[in-house]
Design a protein around this ligand. Structure first.
Ligand SMILES: NC(=O)c1ccc[n+]([C@@H]2O[C@H](COP(=O)([O-])OP(=O)(O)OC[C@H]3O[C@@H](n4cnc5c(N)ncnc54)[C@H](OP(=O)(O)O)[C@@H]3O)[C@@H](O)[C@H]2O)c1
Length: 336
């Protein structure tokens, strides 16, 4: 054994002695398993589960799907006002129906319930409602989601674009952010964040927060997968202690490339085959080990249940399937 390998092994053993974890070995390479806490602590002091259930594009089945997710153990549900893709009413109906069935319980039946504060509900403001309509529209979200507050509320986009229908003349994201800040001060929103902001807009928001003119965002939710790293935004987040959460982590944002290039990637498939698991599990574990939150959406109950087990391997605070440093590096090398 070369001196460097022996040194690595000794350091690993030392880490295990200190951290109390078992070594994981592949050939003569041994490493302590990565520690991935079940929750993030946000820069505003609130906590957020690292794994959430995504509800975009589930159509009429969203109510049934959210029920399945809650029953499987998800405690973070991601929604939005954009009825182009989401259905807040469907999510709210699921939460209410669950309480009526007495299986998974939400806010309104305290005797049988999972406490409201153990479910993290995220939603997003549509840019057509920036400005004068922001406050009213936020209260529509509360109504549709059947709750008195949301844990995280995001500006969905900094502005309208061809995929988001914006009749009339909406206000600016700065006006919307000020309105959300007031709702946060009133206790209606626990944490604030943005989604799909470009680097310049995100820097402008952070600068305003640093001047004391606006709340600092706690979360950025953006597209991130093994082939799309969003490096500039992630660096800004890291520099300002803003938690980064990924969407479409399983490769659904790659149009016109002949199917899903993430789940069919040969490197990812080879790691999955060697580990006896699925490419989806490898990708989600890779994201979590990279320090990124995930919001996998799944219509099939088997996928929902699989994804709910991502962080239950070590009693809720460890990855059930995790990647060696070499496998992490192999996926990292797929894109810059
Ligand atoms: N902020 C934004 O602008 C924005 C944009 C896009 C998405 N999002 C959020 O992020 C969430 C996730 O992104 P997404 O909806 O684009 O899709 P995604 O989670 O990246 O991928 C969903 C696809 O992966 C499959 N899948 C899920 N778990 C699997 C597993 N364990 N094994 C194999 N396949 C699995 C699903 O199959 P089945 O359906 O067959 O189970 C589905 O086809 C959204 O639902 C939404 O909440 C936010």
């Amino acid at each position: 054994m070369r001196a460097s390998k022996l040194c690595f092994l000794l350091l690993s053993v030392l880490a295990v002695a200190v951290l109390g974890a078992e070594l994981v070995c592949e050939g003569d390479q041994c490493e302590p398993p990565p520690h991935v806490p079940a929750t993030f602590t946000l820069n505003d002091g609130n906590t957020m589960p690292r794994v959430g259930y995504g509800t975009a594009g589930l159509g009429e089945s969203v109510t049934m799907n959210v029920l399945t997710a809650l029953k499987a153990g998800f405690r973070h549900i991601d929604s939005a006002q954009a009825y182009e893709w989401y259905n807040e009413r469907g999510v709210g109906a699921a939460l209410l129906k669950a309480s009526e069935e007495g299986e998974v319980i939400f806010i309104r039946t305290p005797r049988k319930c999972i406490p409201r504060d153990s479910i993290f509900v995220t939603s997003k403001l549509h840019p057509r409602d920036f400005g004068a309509r922001t406050r009213k529209q936020f209260h529509e979200s509360l109504h549709d989601l059947q709750t008195d507050y949301v844990d995280l509320f995001l500006l969905h986009y900094a502005e309208c674009w061809s995929g988001l229908h914006c009749p009339g003349e909406p206000g600016t994201w700065q006006e919307a952010w000020a309105a959300l800040g007031a709702l946060q001060a009133e206790g209606k929103i626990r944490s604030l964040g943005v989604s799909n902001f470009n680097p310049d807009d995100l820097r402008a928001l952070i600068a305003a927060a640093q001047r004391g003119d606006a709340p600092m965002p706690a979360v950025v939710q953006n597209w991130f997968d093994p082939l799309h790293r969003d490096a500039e935004i992630r660096a800004i987040c890291a520099a300002h202690n803003i938690t980064y959460v990924s969407y479409s982590t399983l490769g659904t944002q790659h149009p016109g490339r002949g199917g899903n290039p993430v789940l069919t990637n040969p490197v990812i498939k080879a790691i999955a085959a060697r580990q006896g698991t699925s490419p989806a599990r490898v990708v989600l574990s890779w994201a979590l080990q990279s320090g990124v939150g995930v919001l996998p959406r799944a219509g099939r109950a088997a996928h929902v249940e699989d994804n709910a087990q991502l962080l239950t391997g070590g009693g809720g605070d460890a990855l059930a399937v995790f990647l060696s440093a070499a496998d992490m590096a192999a996926i990292d090398a797929l894109a810059t």
